[in-house]
Every structure is written in structure tokens, then in C-alpha cells.
Write a protein that binds this ligand. Structure first.
Ligand code: ADP
Ligand code: ADP
Ligand code: ZN
Length: 213
């Protein structure tokens, strides 16, 4: 099973990923998390991606496609995966479809999480994340403990500043939103209203995927 989580930054993709991957026994493949890990490790990819990420610009397609190709060839992804933050451009979506069909595979569901942009700014500017496992917290909606359950430190992402947030929302509108029509035309799009408590959104996602609630 291949599920794609689509939606602007801050809609709760990372937050919802855990429940979906547990239910469907899929690995959570977040291109943002993989890029941040590369950055922390100081890898060549991390160095190339850094400036784009800090400004809230997209990392070039060829780097992302190489990253995805390598991640999806790991054994845990042989039965599918939950993609979070990929594809983000038409070029990525078409290249991914091409790779999948060459292997006789295809995407099963594209879940579009929708939240109004004023609420997204609030969510992103109050977001705090675990430096180690990537779990998201929020200063008001889900206050972080002194340290994460995994023992990791709680930090604010360098791209969760007002300027980078605005740019990321703009980049989403211009480059990623067109994928809504692209996947709708293929009959894969499942729309979920993400403006509710995380527990309620979890139920809505389960219903959209046809899972028992
Ligand atoms: P958010 O959780 O705010 O949606 P992500 O963690 O998914 O953000 O991504 C953080 C940054 O990593 C993006 O702003 C972008 O620079 C880069 N990035 C992640 N995924 C992709 C992708 N598929 N294509 C291009 N850049 C990406
Ligand atoms: P994404 O991965 O789509 O960028 P996150 O899962 O990181 O989004 O969530 C963004 C911020 O919003 C985090 O601070 C998170 O704690 C908070 N958040 C997630 N889901 C909800 C929700 N249903 N209601 C309120 N805040 C939420
Ligand atoms: Zn953690």
C-alpha cells in the first residue's frame, strides 16, 4: 500500500502519520525528516539542501528524487510506505508515477489535509519539535514536556520563523497545490478537513481510507 499525505505546511501531516503507519504497518517516509537528518549529519545532500530549507524554498527536484529512490529501495519499504512531504511538484509526481509503473506499482490513496491559512500560521509559529525523533508539539495546543518521550531535546525549527512560514505557504500554493488536480483526475484524492482536534482528524482520516473506526 502506498499512501501520499498532501497538504500545506502545518496541516498536521507529521502529527497524523503515526496513527496511519501503525494501522497499516507502513514505514513513515518524510522527505523533510530525511533532509533534516542529512543536515545534522553534515552530509553532501544536507549541505546542498540547507540554504533552500532555511528560506522555505523547495530543494531541487533531482536531489529529492535521488533521496526518495534510495529510501524506497530499503527493505522496510518493500510493502509500501506512507509518504509525507513528497511529491511536492509536478516534476516529482510524474517521475514518481513513472518509477512506480515501471515496477508494476501505483499509489493507492492521496490524502489531502485541509486547514485555513490563518490557522496554519498559528500552528507553525507555535510548533516545537523533538530534535531526535521529529515528533511535533505546540506551545498552546500540545505543550511539549521538558524533554521528548524519546529523551530528545525540544527545539524550534529554523524555518518556523514568520518570514520562512509565509514563503513556504506561498511555495505550496504555486508548486504543490497543482497536485490536487493532478491526483483528483486520477481518482486518488481523499479530502480530509484537518480543522479539528488531532483525535477527530485521526478518525476522519481512517474513514477516508475506508479503515474501521
Ligand atoms: P512541513 O512539515 O513544514 O510541511 P517539511 O518538513 O515537509 O515541512 O519540509 C521542510 C523543508 O524541506 C521544505 O521547506 C523544503 O525546503 C524541504 N523539502 C521537504 N520535502 C521536499 C520535497 N518533496 N521537495 C522539495 N523540497 C522538500
Ligand atoms: P505538518 O507535518 O503538516 O507540517 P505538523 O504535524 O508538524 O504539520 O503540525 C504543525 C503544528 O500544528 C504542530 O505544532 C502540531 O503540534 C500542531 N497540530 C497538529 N495537528 C493539530 C490539530 N489537529 N490541532 C491543533 N494543532 C495541531
Ligand atoms: Zn523525540
Amino acid at each position: 500500500m502506498i499512501i501520499v499525505l498532501l497538504g500545506p505546511p502545518g496541516t498536521g501531516k507529521g502529527t497524523q502519520a503515526k496513527a496511519i503507519t501503525t494501522r497499516h504497518r507502513l514505514p513513515h517516509v518524510s522527505t523533510g525528516d530525511i533532509l533534516r537528518k542529512n543536515l545534522a549529519d553534515g552530509s553532501e545532500l544536507g549541505l546542498e539542501a540547507k540554504a533552500y530549507m532555511e528560506k522555505g524554498e523547495l530543494v531541487p527536484d533531482h536531489l529529492i528524487l535521488r533521496l526518495i529512490d534510495s529510501r524506497l529501495s530499503e527493505p522496510d519499504a518493500s510493502g509500501g510506505c506512507l509518504l509525507d512531504g513528497f511529491p511536492r511538484t509536478r516534476v516529482q509526481a510524474e517521475a514518481f508515477d513513472g518509477d512506480l509503473s515501471a515496477k508494476g506499482l501505483s499509489i493507492d490513496h492521496v490524502l489531502l489535509l485541509e486547514v485555513a491559512s490563518e490557522a496554519l500560521i498559528k500552528r507553525l509559529s507555535g510548533r516545537r519539535v523533538c530534535e531526535t525523533c521529529g515528533k511535533s508539539y505546540h506551545v498552546d495546543f500540545n505543550p511539549p514536556p521538558a524533554e521528548c518521550h524519546c529523551g530528545g531535546a525540544i527545539v524550534q525549527r529554523p524555518d518556523d520563523t514568520e518570514e520562512a512560514i509565509k514563503n513556504r505557504l506561498k511555495v505550496y500554493q504555486e508548486l504543490t497545490k497543482p497536485l490536487v488536480d493532478y491526483y483528483e483526475a486520477k481518482g486518488l484524492l481523499r479530502r480530509v478537513d484537518g480543522d479539528a482536534t488531532p483525535q477527530e482528524v485521526e478518525k476522519r482520516i481512517a474513514r477516508a481510507l475506508g479503515d474501521p473506526v
